[in-house]
Ligand binder design. Structure first.
Ligand code: SAM
Ligand code: SF4
Length: 456
């Protein structure tokens, strides 16, 4: 098996990296939607002057637009349990945080949380849990997935559940697949082994290699839709970005396909964690923007996810740089949507309701999308990449965004959002080629006539 993270090369590029690479040539290569080499990504990460950074940002926006159009996929996390046997130094759920009120939701409570989300208009959920399940281990997770899918408010249900839970064995990935998960998401937290060992001192998560090999086990277990990421602030951000890219290269080399998404969480304050309030390697807002742009350019066909850890201002700036999925209206404590008082995992930067976030997204000229089409039609893994790599996917994303957004506007939006949203849809259709616009209008009319869950 080849090396997953090219540690020596990355260390060399971080320590002796140069920004002398021909930045224009690299940006032109990125515009052709080709993946960048580690050396090329390192040259972009080493840029410090504002003017060149702005050019990088501008190119990232163009690349995002040519792959996905101007749609932004919306989801919400659903925390089912904060029980955990690990002691990650940055997390409020760590086992040594004895003051934390612990809670694993019952199936009735999970139904109630899902109903709360459905009433706001959410259709995509990221199910999250600490690493300790009550009573029956992974069965608890599987029952939770079924419970979320089965919840209904009127004719509305959750159409896609992505999961962010601790690593499991290959057989258990098969079981997760049988329960129809969308993306299996797992962050390495830091790819820098000595830092990883310093921050993870207790519990199964102490095993760096087991965690690093998890995505491979997921693929072997038949899951073809995975997400990776790091927690920025734990170690040198250039090292982490290059390691993510090295991980992608490895997966593509070994399995013929890489991750569907990359997440870019930044460390936020959490109770019981002193390092969370004073990140050892703080990432400034300007560097964070560069991270997003470079990832967009280096792996143009991979979705980039931003959570409500970030403030509304940073989120707005990030939409322009290549973020393709955002969470909205989030709570990070089990039972949070029903105002349960168990402590949250970390504090949020964006506390706005889904409706308020949607207004902001629309005002910035982006189409909020509740689309779950690819997953429902089996367009995942290699099939998805066949569409995404040449930029073909936006022919599906754009109509589906407009159709699912219409459904949201008709059933859930405030008057203010409804007016702004309908105007945006009309503008978008006017700018779309006549054939696609005609087909999309016909599907939107079907939604207006009362049918729900329409997609192509
Ligand atoms: N327990 C599982 C695990 O650790 O892989 C999955 C769920 S964990 C709640 C999800 C993610 O939350 C972690 O992978 C970590 O990156 C992130 N996280 C933990 N503490 C955080 C903090 N203080 N600020 C921001 N994100 C944090
Ligand atoms: Fe537990 Fe995950 Fe938090 Fe670590 S990050 S303490 S494993 S919930």
């Amino acid at each position: 098996m080849s090396e997953i993270i090219q540690t020596e090369k990355i260390t060399q590029l971080v320590n002796h990296g140069t920004s002398s690479g021909d930045i224009d040539a690299i940006l032109n290569k990125a515009l052709s939607l080709s993946r960048l080499e580690l050396e090329e990504a390192a040259a972009l990460l080493n840029v410090t002057d504002e003017e060149t950074r702005n050019r990088i940002h501008h190119t990232a926006k163009m690349v995002k637009s040519s792959i996905y159009g101007n749609r932004l996929v919306i989801f919400a996390p659903l925390y089912i349990s904060n029980l955990c046997k690990n002691d990650c130094a940055y997390c409020g759920f760590r086992v040594s945080n004895r003051g934390l009120k612990r809670k694993a939701l019952s199936m009735e409570e999970i139904t109630s949380e899902t109903e709360h989300l459905l009433r706001t208009g959410q259709k995509r959920v990221l199910m999250v849990s600490g690493e300790a399940y009550p009573r029956d281990g992974l069965n608890y997770v599987l029952r939770s997935i079924d419970t979320i899918y089965n919840a209904r408010v009127g004719e509305h249900g959750i159409r896609r559940i992505n999961v962010n839970i601790a690593p499991v064995e290959t057989d258990d990935f098969r079981r997760l697949r049988e329960h129809n998960i969308g993306t299996y998401q797992l962050f390495q937290e830091t790819y820098h082994k000595p830092t990883y060992h310093k921050l993870h001192t207790l519990g199964p998560k102490t095993d760096y290699d087991y965690r690093l090999n998890t995505i491979g086990r997921a693929f072997h277990g038949g899951i073809d839709d995975v997400g990776i990421g790091v927690l920025f602030g734990l170690y040198n951000w250039k090292y982490e970005v290059l390691s993510i890219l090295s991980h992608v290269e490895y997966l593509e080399r070994e399995f013929g396909m890489g991750p569907h998404t990359i997440s870019v969480p930044r460390l936020e304050p959490a109770t019981g964690s002193s390092i969370s309030t004073k990140p050892p390697f703080e990432v400034t807002d300007e560097d964070f923007k560069l991270i997003i742009s470079v990832l967009r350019l280096a792996v143009p066909y991979i979705g980039l996810i931003l959570s409500t850890r970030e403030t509304p201002e940073m989120r707005k700036a990030a939409f322009e740089l290549g973020i393709s999925q955002i969470s909205a209206g989030s709570k990070t404590n089990p039972g949070g949507y029903g105002e349960n008082d168990s402590c949250e995992q970390f504090s949020l930067g964006d506390h706005r309701s889904l409706d308020d976030v949607i207004y902001d997204v629309v005002s910035s000229g982006f189409i909020p999308s509740f689309c779950t089409s690819c997953y429902r039609l089996g367009r995942t893994g290699l099939d998805f990449m066949e569409f995404a790599k040449p930029g073909e996917i936006k022919k599906k994303c754009q109509p589906n965004a407009l159709i699912t957004f219409t459904e949201y506007l008709l059933d859930f939006a405030s008057d203010k959002v409804k007016n702004a949203g309908m105007e945006l849809i009309a503008r978008e259709l006017a700018e779309t080629d006549p054939e696609t616009a005609g087909k999309t209008k016909a599907l939107i009319q079907i939604v207006r006539d009362g049918k729900r869950d329409v997609f192509v």
